[in-house]
Design a binder for this molecule. Structure first.
Ligand code: ATP
Ligand code: MG
Length: 389
């Protein structure tokens, strides 16, 4: 009898012929997340992955595994032979551990699945035999098949696996199975959530942040680094490119109408993002834009901002209500950092009455007063790159 951890795959199982590719990526991601846990082995057995050799660090491992995309459930199991006597023993051990945890009378049911149809007992028989053995051996337990406190699961495959807890993981697809994206990461609530959502669909993510130092502070930069770190708990190691936008903002401020400030600087952000994407092979840009949230996110503004580049832009939050975005930010644990009150580069030259219905022709006329390529080159010169583990 061995303690192992089972990993239930989510959408990966729907991938047909590509399944192997998705599984291998997932295994790679699991290994990266567990690289400090010493010697262990991962193997496949009929639809699930199993990890053996991590007995004393189970709860830390489960914390890591429940943040890896592509996994829906994680369960600490006892693996035994398929001999019914062994299955009984393992079941009694697990149930006994649970009764100690829960105290008082514990109600339970047994749920057996059998993928080896040659197994001499059918599933309900196994459940019945094991249920009876538990009742014979433990006090303070009762069967309740309708609303039990706990369900004891038995999976009969080449080996038998017995488990009670199913820790919910995050679903989605393994990171790295869907290309690479560059997330425009501000210090706000939305953009970390946008990055999380796209990573969950299999995109590998790096981040791009704009600041206006010394108008924005060192602490504002540290806040963004912290957000990137929080995001990296899901994405694995990532890069954060940090670029000073101040010079560009000054040029806009001196040469263009005040109410176009936000739109013009957003167009520069996109262009810089596009150049980074081309140089570093990102397939797309990702933003936290959300229709109607602020002046720069009316449909007209989004359109005019987008027309500065020729790159795919993903906006996973476009149709969400702010309250739902906040719930997600709380769930992924970026919210507390996002609401720290440091200034953002966009607040530096914030117009009193920002345009809500910008016209592309007028924006293009304003941009004739700017040496766009030169300004972008200059901004690139002192870009910083942070590597976040
Ligand atoms: P957030 O909470 O993400 O800051 P927001 O409601 O403040 O969102 P905006 O400030 O209008 O929205 O920004 C829209 C999107 O533009 C952001 O979600 C982000 O992707 C990008 N963005 C804005 N400011 C920056 C910045 N300083 N650095 C990088 N990207 C930015
Ligand atoms: Mg913002």
């Amino acid at each position: 009898m061995e303690r192992v951890i089972s990993v239930s795959l989510g959408e990966v199982v729907l991938k047909g012929l590509n399944r192997k590719y998705f599984e291998n990526k997932l295994i790679e991601n699991i290994k990266r997340a567990l690289k400090n846990f010493g010697d262990y082995k991962i193997y496949k057995e009929q639809g699930k992955l199993y990890i053996e050799g991590l007995e004393n660090v189970e709860s830390d491992v489960i914390k890591k595994l429940t943040k890896i995309f592509g996994i829906i459930y994680v369960s600490p199991c006892i693996r035994t032979s398929t001999d019914i006597e062994d299955i009984k023993k393992a079941s009694i051990i697990l149930l006994k551990e649970k009764t100690v945890q829960l105290q008082g009378v514990v109600t339970f049911k047994v749920n057996t699945t059998r993928s080896d149809k040659r197994y001499p007992l059918i599933s309900p028989e196994v459940s019945r035999i094991v249920g009876a053995a538990i009742l014979d051996n433990l006090s303070n337990v009762e069967v309740d098949v309708v609303t039990p406190n706990i369900t004891l699961y038995i999976d009969i495959k080449e080996n038998a696996y017995v488990y009670i807890d199913k820790f919910k993981s995050r679903g989605g697809l393994p990171i790295g199975t869907n290309g690479k994206g560059l997330l425009l990461l501000s210090g706000g609530i939305d953009s970390p959530v946008a990055g999380y959502m796209m990573a969950k669909r299999g995109l590998e993510i790096d981040c791009l942040h704009f600041h206006s130092y010394p108008f924005t502070s060192q602490r504002a930069e540290e806040k963004v680094l912290k957000l990137a770190e929080e995001l990296s708990l899901y994405t694995g190691p990532l890069k954060l490119y940090s670029i000073n936008l101040l010079n560009i903002q000054k040029h806009i401020n001196e040469n263009c109408p005040e109410d176009q400030m936000t739109i013009l600087s957003r167009r520069f952000m996109m262009r810089i993002g596009e150049r980074l994407a081309n140089e570093n092979k990102y397939d797309c840009l990702i933003t936290g834009e959300n229709l109607g949230q602020v002046a720069s996110q009316t449909i007209e503004s989004i359109k005019v901002i987008e027309q500065s580049v020729n790159t795919t832009i993903l906006r996973p939050l476009i149709g969400f209500d702010k309250t739902d975005i906040i719930k997600m930010a709380i769930d992924i644990e970026t919210y507390e950092t996002s609401i720290l009150p440091y200034e953002d580069c966009c607040t530096v030259f914030l117009p009193k009455h920002p345009l809500t219905r910008p016209k592309l022709e007028e924006i293009l006329i304003s941009e004739e007063n700017l040496d766009i390529e030169f300004l972008i080159d200059e901004a690139f010169k002192d870009k910083k790159i942070y590597k976040i583990k």
